[in-house]
Design a protein around this ligand. Sequence first.
Ligand code: FE
Length: 334
Amino acid sequence: MRPALSFVTALLALALAPPLVADDDQITVYSARQEHLIKPLFDRFTEETGIRVRYVTDNAGPLLARLKAEGRNTPADMLMTVDAGNLWQAAEEGVLNSVDSETLRSNIPGYLRDPDGQWFGLSVRARTIIYSTERVDPDELSTYEALAEPEWEGRLCLRTSRKVYNQSLVAMMIARHGEEKTQEIVEGWVDNLAASPFSNDTSVMQAIEAGQCDVGIVNTYYFGRLQKDDPDIPLALHWANQDEHGVHVNVSGAGITRHAGNPEGARKLLEWLSGEEAQEMFGALNLEYPASEDVPLNDLVAAWGEFDPDTINVSEAGRLQVPAVMLMDRAGYR
Ligand code: FE
């Protein structure tokens, strides 16, 4: 009886014990980016380095909750997500580790990464003004702030304030103008709305195309998707705030987890993702902009022309997210 029991116990212990040596040839990534946007990159990385990449995809919130709950038992070596607000949150919650990498510092401009090195922007999304080429003269357009002027009454469409993209945009406006002025601007937007806020950027553009409104604010890659389907769509982008601080940009990015079992492998992947080949793929896959400068753009994206981005550190989007949400609520922006 006794020997049999200890044999079973030993078997159980073997089955339940974590491997004694971490697998250096494998990394696990928790990704809020969809599979079709990351798999081609991971496949190339594996081809070049021999390091395999396992990944779990979900929304940013559940992935962060999971990382926290798993603590030091997490299988994740890297967290990859969109929006500096989400990356900032992950750093705040203590699930990431600082990375000190000359490669990352030289490939990724300072304003697109965490000042403490806990996360790095890997692609840039520009959020700017979109307008009807049938009903708007581009000379009428200038800034996000000017969309609060009375001339746009009944002509503006916006996505819901519940989307982190708009929370980040308003957070950046708070960083630039302070709360009082920003609230006046947001109230002006609300006064100018032609329709209740939409659930996504594509609906905003469809409403403009349908004549429900004339202008909106969207991430450019959503416009790129519509343009791919219909090159003659009567909409165009206006680069906002070019005489002020520049177009509001945000990032998708990644950081190495605090309890990574293979932090060296994760660092290799992060550095590789910041390199030219991966940066060019990033742009092409989702019609975004590379985070690294001097990387060639996808043709469709290049055709939109050049713009100056707002180079305030994108981590401000996280730091001021709560005040931004409260401000939009006070302004009646739903
Ligand atoms: Fe998006």
